[in-house]
Design a protein around this ligand. Sequence first.
Ligand code: S3P
Length: 172
Amino acid sequence: MKIILLGYMASGKSTVGKCLAKARQIPFVDLDKFIEQQEKKTIPNIFKENGEVYFRLKEHEYLIELLSKKEDFVLSLGGGTPCYAGNMNAIITAKNTISIYLKGSLKTISERLQYGKENRPLVAHLSDSELTEFVAKHLFERSFFYEKADMKVKTDGKSLKEVVQEIELLLS
Ligand code: S3P
């Protein structure tokens, strides 16, 4: 089974994904890292040099490529992946695939995003006070797509171990 983790930026997709893949003894793939390897450029540089539309096209292409693979793996998406190019439909309808929304509150996400925001082109230019306002609006728009996931796990106040255990329980 392919396990797809989705959710807003800084919701813990990669950290949880790595840990879950290790526990299940299957490979872990981070879509952003996969894009960077294939394009031989960092995400901020892709945004800067090619623009967001190019990034969204490549994100869609690589997602479809990964979904079509036979092997099982855990895949963590970028925060925007489910919201463009019919990606969420492709995920829901893909064979042998289960999607999980890692759901953090506005407060938790905004706090976590303040650190390391320079590597995230969509928020890098925002001050801390602008960030909360931006995330509130963005989360509201994106939740429509995130909520289509097969399963949801609330992450606020939970340790990595607790989140992974909860996912294991849901999958059992
Ligand atoms: C994006 C999230 C990023 C990355 C890109 C765009 C988004 O991934 O794909 O910067 O649109 O939310 P993370 O969710 O891993 O930060």
